[in-house]
Design a binder for this molecule. Sequence first.
Ligand code: A3D
Length: 320
Amino acid sequence: MARKKIALIGSGQIGGTLAHLAALKELGDIVLFDIVDGVPQGKALDISQAAPAEGYDAKIKGTSEYKDIEGADVVIVTAGVPRKPGMSRDDLLEINLKVMEQVGAGIAKYAPDSFVICITNPLDAMVWALQKFSGLPHNKVVGMAGVLDSSRFCHFIAEELGVSVKDVNAFVLGGHGDTMVPLARYSTVAGIPLTDIVKMGWLSKEKLDEIIQRTRDGGAEIVGLLKTGSAFYAPAASAIAMAESYLKDKKRVLPAAAYLDGSYGVKGCYVGVPIIIGAGGSEKVIEIALNGSEQKAFDNSVAAVEGLIEACKKIAPKLA
Ligand code: A3D
């Protein structure tokens, strides 16, 4: 069986890390694409030269031509600009929307059968626009944010309780922004919901609230520390988990920005919800029951995403 092909549109901080992780996991051959000539070629050569030391087999090519992504099984999109300190994800809307138009055209022409994972911010609006610009089916275009946000939540919980991250399962719903909804009731340590862990006195309510807020601000905390650019190791690892689930038909249940056509009472936009990712792409949206305050927080998050989509339509009327 021929190796799978993974195309990475954008070869910056996340793109380079994605290429390295995909190679280490031997997910397939890799094409790094970027408009800045030399960067994808340089990173491809560097990662290829790490192969003998690491012992992986993968062909890695750097390119500035869309035709090289032809036939890709998975396309992961990070093209665009990241945040600088003081900027919100939404400040990137106008510039990254133009980038999505070019990327969508490239995917439509050369990789129309691929599974597309968008990472470019503001995530929920960009994945919506990328699906429109590419014309690929909704189940084949998803956004990566929930795995990352949940991973951050997990890390903070595991660190606070002094337990292995392997035993922590955390859930974050909604848009990837300040309105995201970390769900304590559906987040567990070895199956015990965090709400029960608070009742048991293992974690205080104040500490849990602090962790929830730190999760919401997780991206900004790293932007503030790095000063140039935003997080890239954890975002790349999160997208690779999604790509692997698709390529190996693992049917993992992962939170991701998925197209909602009525579930959760939402129609026509991408929002972070749990989905099953398998060979069919986004195979099923899992609709979990929300209580009053969770529903309110989710609705608030959906409203923020809808606002961004309206802003996209104003900038690019053909999306309307
Ligand atoms: P960066 O290192 O700047 O890489 C972006 C790359 O995109 C650069 O190499 C650019 O040359 C390239 N690029 C720009 N325009 C185009 C174009 N038209 N076609 C192809 N390539 C282009 O950024 P990064 O890798 O750190 O981040 C990439 C994106 O991911 C940004 O929008 C971030 O805000 C976003 N991001 C999202 C998350 C989520 O959880 C959703 C987390 C972290 C970063």
